[in-house]
Ligand binder design. Structure first.
Ligand SMILES: Nc1ncnc2c1ncn2[C@@H]1O[C@H](COP(=O)(O)OP(=O)(O)OP(=O)(O)O)[C@@H](O)[C@H]1O
Length: 297
């Protein structure tokens, strides 16, 4: 496939980042992240605690000014988003806090006015289905309830781009399933583009079309969910062959007996590194969860 020129990708991608770097108090959190979402894709952003997922999301949406690099929403610079672009986008932070002095119903009625495609019926039905009390102050809801109200707010606006920062963190398993079903439905039926961060690998398998793995501020891996098992594997080399290990690997672990385990990737021609053909070498398939654990450890 020919690479799309960066300028064109910027213009069409609902969300794109180029060379984002950021640090807090002198410590680097993003180290040059490039990421662009295809329209209609569901991208699961995964990474350990503190990997920089929330920082990346906030920088991509223009809610934080990065040290360097740029971000674009619907092709507009994220730091100067116009009202039209804002109305096409919905973002649910990890811990929603805004408008705590309103009741859930008041908040939904209030914000609904700013969205041309607001689905009041959905908001009403989902409040009931998710057993949320419409007349309780947001500030008095539990974190999970508060996050569910915010998810209703985001979904009722029928956004073209939906960004969820760890939506599963405060939800019980039933609510989580329902949310994932709703997200998959929106992506499938309305072509909504979705970016969500998570720690839960099974959520990625259930709903994401693509995954991006952020580790210590760098995107280590980006590929289709179904493709990962084909593209990455664990290469085990006996001690006697460990010197032949490829230099470029996603992770490298030496065992007590001197043997090596490496996470390796097929090259552009679909071949594993040459060391995989050495006598005694072994290639083992990796499930998504194993892959992340191997890389993140
Ligand atoms: N406002 C801030 N001031 C100082 N340090 C911060 C600030 N926000 C985040 N950090 C630090 O930056 C790093 C990345 O944080 P971030 O919240 O982006 O990670 P994350 O991948 O979303 O983590 P988690 O999965 O735990 O939510 C962490 O070490 C965090 O402590």
């Amino acid at each position: 496939m020919n690479a799309v020129p960066k300028e064109i990708a910027q213009a069409v991608a609902p969300l794109a980042a180029h060379g984002l770097t950021h640090s807090y108090e002198g410590s680097s959190v993003l180290r040059g992240v490039d990421l662009a979402l295809e329209p209609g894709s569901v991208l699961g952003l995964i990474g350990r605690n503190g990997a920089g997922k929330s920082t990346l999301i906030r920088a991509m949406l223009g809610l934080l000014q990065p040290l360097s690099g740029s971000a674009f929403v619907f092709g507009e610079p994220a730091l100067q988003l116009g009202d039209d672009a804002k109305a096409r986008l919905a973002y649910v932070p990890q811990q929603p806090e805004a408008l705590a002095w309103l009741t859930a119903q008041q908040m939904l009625d209030y914000v609904g006015r700013f969205y041309p495609r607001w689905d009041e019926g959905f908001a009403h039905r989902t409040l009931e289905r998710w057993k949320l009390q419409p007349n309780k102050l947001l500030g008095k809801l539990s974190p999970g309830e508060r996050q569910r109200v915010d998810l209703i707010r985001a979904l009722a606006s029928q956004p073209e781009l939906l960004v969820l920062d760890e939506p599963a963190a405060a939800l019980d398993p039933v609510a989580r399933r329902e949310l994932l079903r709703e997200v998959a439905l929106r992506a499938g039926e309305s072509g909504t583009t979705v970016l969500f961060s998570t720690h839960i690998v099974s959520d990625l398998e259930r709903v994401a079309s693509e995954i991006a793995f952020l580790h210590e501020g760098r995107l280590l891996l980006r590929c289709g969910v179904d493709e990962t098992k084909e593209r990455y594997a664990r290469l085990w080399l006996p001690a006697a062959k460990s010197a032949a290990a490829p230099a470029q690997t996603l992770s490298r672990r030496r065992h007590d007996d001197g043997s090596l385990s490496l996470v390796v990737e097929r090259d552009a021609q679909g071949r594993w590194p040459e060391a995989a053909d050495l006598p005694g070498a072994r290639i083992d398939a990796l499930g998504l969860e194993d892959l992340f654990v191997e890389i993140a450890e």
